[in-house]
Design a binder for this molecule. Structure first.
Ligand code: ZN
Length: 166
């Protein structure tokens, strides 16, 4: 899923935990549920437009990513206070795999991404396992442009729930 979707789910988790649970259970559950929400939503991301590789020559791909990355950054800034805890743990997998570990591997080994020896330490290996185990029945719409509608619907629903809950 796109970062904004992970963000909105995490914010909902923190709102619900802090509204209904006492300290320190609210904090502990916010951390655990935000972390696993990333696994769940990445596992079902096959029903959204989510190409595994960059398609910078494709106009549609490019515009969708400009918009969705922009919204993702905007949502981070807008909700950082007070939802930084949930936001951090909902994005820690992408931070580690994409921002930290992947560039380290790239620098260390001069091979194509598929041959990185450290690939087995990616968090997303667990996501792939989880998807194969529980969501193998989902249709694969990764390359279907209409898949953005699924993500837009999800974003709209989560935003609506956040607005009525805060
Ligand atoms: Zn991810």
């Amino acid at each position: 899923m796109e970062t904004i979707t992970h963000n909105l789910v995490a914010i909902l988790i923190q709102i619900l935990c802090f509204n209904f649970l006492i300290f320190p259970i609210n904090i502990i559950l916010t951390i655990i549920l935000s972390f696993f929400s990333h696994v769940l939503f990445d596992a079902i991301s096959v029903i959204t437009y989510h190409t595994p590789e960059k398609m910078e020559n494709d106009k549609f791909w490019k515009w969708w990513h400009i918009i969705i990355y922009g919204l993702s950054i905007f949502s981070l800034i807008l909700f950082m206070i007070p939802y930084w805890l949930a936001l951090f743990f909902a994005n820690i997998m992408d931070l580690w795999d994409w921002v930290i570990y992947r560039p380290i591997q790239k620098k260390k080994y001069n091979v194509v991404h598929e041959q990185y020896p450290g690939k087995k330490y990616y968090f997303h290996i667990f996501v792939d396992w989880f998807r194969d185990k529980f969501f193998n029945w989902l249709p694969r719409w990764n390359y279907k442009k209409g898949g953005i509608i699924v993500e837009i619907i999800m974003i709209t629903i989560f935003l609506f729930l956040i607005v009525i809950l805060i």
